[in-house]
Design a protein around this ligand. Structure first.
Ligand SMILES: NC(=O)c1ccc[n+]([C@@H]2O[C@H](COP(=O)([O-])OP(=O)(O)OC[C@H]3O[C@@H](n4cnc5c(N)ncnc54)[C@H](OP(=O)(O)O)[C@@H]3O)[C@@H](O)[C@H]2O)c1
Length: 289
């Protein structure tokens, strides 16, 4: 009997951890779809993923996670191409270390908040019908170990887009990743009765290709070269993505936060409090409606 392949959509699958996860998932028998915002970079990555994995069942989907229209268009295309989606990995993220001022997306939303938090929530909603068609679907969100350096961080409900407070990329980035952790807890509760699991990965220090950021200063490049000495490879980090996407051991595990050793870890007390989670998700839904 022919076994039906599982399909995984991974956003930001053209570089870093996402590309390595795509290789591993293809080697593990998944039909992998890499979501990419730039089709040329996507095609290059697709060829490389096919070559390294020695698998052919890998596709491209153009999706810009900072644009509602792009997310809705991509979801429509996906609905025409596949009947079910088994794994959705929200890997893409905006962390443009060269940026000094907040940038607005085509929808007029601060880019890091839009790309790293609002986009994933909208994408999940838009493909939920496909996930419900899977026997056991898994949604995986991505946060950062760097949040441990900010144990008292909160989502600024009045000004998530840094309109009245001083902007910095790390501040905006960690706020968006904190919101993703809280979204994970909230969504896992919402989907409790469906069998769809939702878990978050606490990505540790992973080598970043600074060639991707031609505008950063020599000093930043130097800092990144020091950081890389304490970093693991994208390939090693991707093993946790693959574990969460495919391991039968965790098929009913939901609402958890995993580190790079595939162990569950805790997030800050603020992020676990129901009233905070509800407040962040009420704010989030205002962007989605
Ligand atoms: N590296 C670390 O130390 C570290 C630490 C903690 C957490 N993380 C998290 O791990 C994940 C993967 O990071 P990485 O290290 O592999 O970084 P990366 O190599 O820079 O990958 C980021 C990916 O996101 C994509 N992306 C950015 N904006 C997008 C948009 N608007 N629409 C669609 N795709 C977009 C990029 O595409 P382009 O090629 O088009 O730019 C790229 O494919 C991210 O969620 C990141 O926040 C990484």
């Amino acid at each position: 009997m022919k076994t039906i392949k599982k399909t995984c959509l991974i956003t930001g699958g053209n570089s870093g951890i996402g590309k390595q996860a795509a290789i591993q998932l293809a080697q593990n028998g998944f039909h992998v779809i890499i979501g990419v915002r730039n089709i040329e970079r996507g095609k290059l990555a697709l060829a490389e993923i096919k070559q390294i994995s020695a698998q052919d069942d890998i596709d491209l989907l153009q999706i810009d996670m900072s644009s509602k229209k792009s997310i809705l268009d991509a979801s429509l295309k996906l609905n025409n191409r596949i009947d079910k989606l088994d794994v959705l990995i929200h890997n893409a993220a905006d962390f443009d270390i060269a940026r000094k001022q907040p940038e607005k997306t085509v929808d007029g939303i601060e880019s890091i908040w839009a790309t790293n938090h609002i986009g994933p929530v909208l994408l999940t909603n838009s493909v939920m019908n496909l996930m419900k068609n899977s026997e056991q679907a898994r949604i995986i969100t991505i946060a950062s170990k760097g949040l441990m350096m900010h144990p008292n961080l909160t989502v600024d409900l009045k000004d998530p887009e840094f309109e009245t407070r001083k902007f910095s990329v790390p501040k905006a980035y960690y706020q968006s990743k904190l919101a993703q952790v809280m979204y994970t807890y909230w969504l896992s509760e919402q989907l409790k009765e469906t069998g769809i699991t939702v878990n978050c990965i606490r990505v540790t220090n992973v080598k970043v290709d600074t060639g991707r950021y031609p505008n950063i200063s020599g000093f930043m490049k130097f800092l990144y070269s020091i950081k890389s000495k304490f970093s693991i490879t994208p390939e090693d980090m991707a093993k946790t993505y693959t574990h969460l996407a495919s391991s039968p051991d965790i098929k009913t595990t939901t609402g958890k936060y995993f580190n790079e050793m595939n162990k569950t870890v805790t997030s800050s007390p603020y992020s676990n409090k129901k009233e905070n989670i509800d407040a962040v998700m009420n704010l989030t839904m205002k962007y989605i409606e």
